[in-house]
Design a protein around this ligand. Sequence first.
Ligand code: NAD
Length: 244
Amino acid sequence: MESKVVLVTGSSRGIGRAIVTDFARKGYNVVINYIKEDSQAKELKERLEKKYHIKALIIRADVSDENEVQKMIDTIINKFGRIDVLVNNAGIAIDKEFEDRTVEDWKRTLSVNLIAPFIVSKYVGNEMLKNKYGRIINISSTNGINAFFPTSIDYDASKAGLINLTHNLAIQFAPYINVNCVAPGWVNTDMNKELPKDLIEEETNKIYKKRFAEPSEIAKVVTFLASDDADFINDEIIKVDGGY
Ligand code: NAD
């Protein structure tokens, strides 16, 4: 049987990188999308192809730009002929005090974290429907379930919106495409590397497991949701936060 094809947005580093790696480990051909990290994406492609004997394609595209998304999907279809799994992982967090937060910050955050998953799902969903098969997994956040910090007010709203988008996409693409959502809590990635030490300590204490997650622990849940074993899991939101 031909290998399945997965597109993971924002996958040159962090959680996306771990997700794409776990799919490659499971024999999928992978598409690594990124916006800035050219050399990291190239290095990842070479490493995955060599280690797992799969095909990897790297595509630089801003997922909040509809034209770039269209071109990216065309490139994938030309190369692989189909897309079986989409992981809407790319995301940004602008850390600012409530008073300093601008309308421009809101627009940028919503466009990458919420509107981009809609754009990519629309184009990829249409491709999946041709094969009457697909899996879409959105990476939200526990910040989208509970309000945590007014310093990430637009991020939290974007992640809450992504949960709602999951519900609507699951209805739109039924019965062929399962649409699910993973909501991580704190994860050890570059996104959190600038956080003050005392905040990290305070937050670690609130987590029942007393540590942040590793990206691979999020990835394993995502690849499970894409697997045949998860065929009857649809329109579900799974928190992966170690208890909080
Ligand atoms: P990260 O900053 O390390 O990686 C984000 C990736 O998205 C980067 O590769 C970046 O280049 C890419 N990206 C950003 N804007 C893009 C765009 N417009 N087009 C294409 N790619 C773009 O962050 P991470 O911690 O790995 O986060 C991955 C996802 O997980 C995000 O959606 C984030 O909100 C979510 N998340 C992270 C945490 C955490 O604690 N790190 C917790 C919950 C949810």
